[in-house]
Design a protein around this ligand. Sequence first.
Ligand code: NCD
Length: 318
Amino acid sequence: MENFPSVLESISDLTKRQIDGLMELSQQIKLRPWHPISFPNKKPIIATSFLENSTRTKHSFEIAIHKMGCTYIDFIAETSSLKKGESLEQTLLTLFGQGVDLCIIRSAVSHELAQFKENPPLKIINGGDGTHQHPTQALLDLFTLKEMGIKLKGKTFCIAGDNIHSRVGHSLIDLLPMYGAKVLLFGPEEFLPPVTEESNFEITHSRSEALEKADILYLLRVQKERHSHLESIDMDNYHREYGFNLEMIESLQKKLPILHPGPANIGVEISDDLIHSQYYLGHEQVRHSTFLRMAIIQSILQNGDKSIGFKENTFFNN
Ligand code: NCD
């Protein structure tokens, strides 16, 4: 895809046209999921480096890489020279020197990948950085909605829960208005960002208002690991005031799709009966994740950017 970025850090790195292109490519891949990629002279080598826990993102990328016939390297930060004090940039240049074309990185530090945008040490996809962005999750959510026939234009997309700490939420807030959706954030006061004149979302602390207005409901986990020790959250109380159960959804005069990026905490943001109901699309999100990630890998590998990595050193040649 023309001009596809070499470092995909945020939703704002992509144009609407590029996102539309990703949706089309994902659809083609879904019809032909074994999708070896043709690449001149070599088989692409792709690494993942997950510096924070992951089940869905890491494995769906890994499966995408295998389905595209690429070589996969699982870079384990814990046993690498990062632990000896090597910088992330030198680590990535080392991988580049060894032949790695693309690395999917998850970092606990927000904005850590922005430093690589100007001179990419190799091609990079953000697999989630701190509380900042998780662009591929938001894109796969968009793809899932499209494939389920759920329209966004003019609809209210309610994101419920720990919005302030959620990188998924932040990427969705950037993405959904491009497709005509109104974003409504719901949760306790300490979980919602302030609304300013530039905000492209509204907020509510009322669950009944959220349920009444929502056409699509997206639930977020309470990100306990990102809360300082000063904040203490009583999870039973949280479920009573801010959680959702099947009875609430069934009492509405509409079929409300429920999405969740996972991992879900049953009994906190979502009840056991709701996660096992037909309203819940979490498994469809997982099913569609690999197709979308294959489309992103293909687009980034084929972008033809020649400024990646380091140039061969000829300084001592004569
Ligand atoms: C999310 C993440 O890691 O940002 N999960 C995911 O990638 N599917 C959400 C979370 O951890 O709550």
